[in-house]
Design a protein around this ligand. Structure first.
Ligand SMILES: *[C@@H]1O[C@H](CO)[C@@H](O)[C@H](O)[C@H]1NC(C)=O
Ligand SMILES: *[C@@H]1O[C@H](CO)[C@@H](O)[C@H](O)[C@H]1NC(C)=O
Ligand SMILES: *[C@@H]1O[C@H](CO)[C@@H](O)[C@H](O)[C@H]1NC(C)=O
Length: 375
């Protein structure tokens, strides 16, 4: 009796993994996709029609959501099954709502990395170390952006250079830490409702040609965005700029006709690495603050396998279609990146949890902001 029971248990344990990879436990054959714009809804409806016409097993439905947060709620309560989201929203979906990922985008055919966040400085700045940034000056693409805020500030918190204390006041702590900076938007009402954010976080900003719009959260501020942050360092206003690994290459060799960019040469710049060392500009794979993951498809945990199988069938038929409906193109709809990023080469299955897709470094940086209670 005891032996038979053990035998049964062994058989059960052997079959469990098989059951879960073949998704045999689910009968539901409809996947309802949460879309957030008219254009995205139209592409979703066209995909659904084309999938049915090509006899792809399963049915696609399109559910309208207000934004990513709304889609998370809908997926959680079952009024939708899936939606594509970018890195910070994936973390919120997993951390706040217990959701997970079925698939992620790959742009380079190899992995699911979108870009690297790097710290860039002038080659001539000696004595500069990312581990000793106190009183230094810094240039950030924008307030509350992944490249300009979440990753660099998360890094400074994790390396214990910045402490936000019980107040959890990030702008105040950052203002006390740096000598002066340009964080476009930091004093906008949206990010500073009480008007108390430190003035020095705008002191490396320059505004427009007429000295107006200083620290604006748009291109009128000439140090806004990734190119603006690079310019801020090129013009010697900042010691370090937090940018994407490709920002500098996108602005060199005449690709940017502004005079600061025409004067800039690769040899003038270097990367600062998180361990306090430095590296050449093309060594970003070893010397970066974070590898930011590509967009991925958020689902309920129990739907990981089922939704992946459906997406796999869709991408087999429409992934590299030379004619007819194309999964990774939004050209017909007058907007970019609908349902999936247009840069997607193919979709990767996500077998691990959402944190495996986000990666340990990026997850650590996001965790630094937990006291803000963003759920
Ligand atoms: C298939 O997609 C195209 C756009 O690529 C669209 O015009 C067409 O209506 C779709 N077909 C069906 C049956 O929905
Ligand atoms: C599910 O969540 C959405 C978004 O919050 C909400 O609009 C909808 O009423 C909810 N539906 C159910 C059945 O709870
Ligand atoms: C965070 O800090 C710890 C301890 O200082 C370090 O071991 C870890 O590598 C850091 N993580 C990141 C993402 O920098």
């Amino acid at each position: 009796m005891a032996l038979a029971e053990r035998g049964l248990k062994v058989i059960f344990l052997l079959f469990l993994p098989l059951l879960s990879t073949s998704c045999a436990t689910t009968k539901k054959s409809t996947v309802s996709w949460c879309v957030v714009s008219d254009a995205e809804e139209q592409k979703c409806l066209d995909l659904a029609g084309n999938a049915t016409a090509k006899n792809v097993k399963g049915t696609l439905e399109c559910v309208r959501g207000l934004n990513a947060r709304d889609c998370m709620n809908k997926i959680k309560n079952g009024t939708a099954d899936a939606a594509s989201m970018f890195a910070d929203d994936i973390y919120a979906a997993g951390f706040c709502h217990g959701l997970d990922l079925a698939a992620g985008e790959s742009y380079n055919r190899v992995d699911g990395i979108n870009y690297y966040v790097v710290a860039m400085a002038r080659r001539s700045s000696s004595d500069l170390s990312l581990l000793e940034m106190h009183e230094r000056s810094s240039c950030h693409p924008g307030m509350r952006t992944t490249v300009g805020w979440t990753v660099p500030i998360g890094y400074l918190v994790n390396t214990s250079q910045i402490s936000v204390g019980e107040q959890c006041n990030f702008p105040k702590a950052v203002g006390n830490f740096f000598g002066y900076s340009c964080v476009p938007g930091v004093r906008d009402p949206q990010h500073d409702p009480s008007g108390i954010n430190p003035k020095n976080l705008c002191e490396a900003c320059i505004g427009d040609e007429n000295d107006r719009h200083i620290c604006a959260n748009n291109h009128r501020e000439r140090h806004y965005g990734e190119a603006g942050a690079l310019r801020c360092v090129a013009e010697n206003l900042g010691d370090v700029a937090f940018v994407k690994h490709n920002t500098v290459f996108d602005n060199l060799d005449g690709k940017n006709q502004e005079s600061w960019a025409l004067d800039l040469e690769v040899e003038d710049l270097k990367l600062l690495c998180p361990d306090g060392t430095e590296a050449a500009l093309n060594e970003y794979e070893q010397c970066h603050l974070a590898a930011v993951p590509a967009n991925a498809v958020v689902v309920r945990v129990e739907d990981k396998c089922r939704v992946w199988k459906y997406l796999e069938r869709l991408q087999n038929v429409f992934g590299n279609a030379a004619e007819g409906f194309s999964l990774f193109s939004s050209a017909d709809y007058g907007q970019a990146d609908l349902l999936f990023s247009d840069a997607t080469h193919h979709l990767l299955r996500v077998l691990g949890s959402y944190t495996s897709w986000l990666g340990p470094t990026y997850t650590t940086m996001l965790q630094a902001f937990e006291c803000e209670g963003f759920c």
